[in-house]
Write a protein that binds this ligand. Sequence first.
Ligand SMILES: O=C1C[C@@](O)(C(=O)O)C[C@@H](O)[C@@H]1O
Length: 174
Amino acid sequence: MGFPPAVLRLSGSPRASVSRMATAGPILVLNGPNLNLLGQRQPEVYGPATLDDVVALCREAAAGYGREIDARQSNHEGVLIDWIHEAREGASGVVINPGGYSHTSVALRDALATLGVPVVEVHVSNIHGREVFRHRSLVSPVADGVICGLGVDGYRAAVDWICRRQRGSGSVAE
Ligand SMILES: O=C1C[C@@](O)(C(=O)O)C[C@@H](O)[C@@H]1O
């Protein structure tokens, strides 16, 4: 059975619920290769919003819960991995659009699998309605939820979900 045009799969996986919930730290919003070109790149696929717009809407969503965003973008796999390692120390959650690395990077997946905070994978486009090579994400199995096809609103939904599930947990609990 295929996915409908817009896919929102958010599961409360045991991984995040048993994990370290450090809600004091910022939510890391990580964007991978070519996402710096949002708004210019294939607007018929990715829409008119820019990466700055994405960051602004994430900050707005987080601010509603008194939370902060740490937004970063890189075109380099190793840099993204280093930032995920950094997130192990202080981030309270990760929203990641791995771009093309979603479909190729075992290393990125392995880095994400080391995290003990909620991870949501976001794709602006509906990857399941596009080329077959985009249908499989190596990252999805280690994410708590996957949102695709909602345009940049998917980022807002991801931040909102992390904030909601951590609301009230306040402090670090092992
Ligand atoms: O760079 C991207 C963007 C994307 O992650 C998205 O947001 O829809 C989908 C990927 O297949 C593509 O390589």
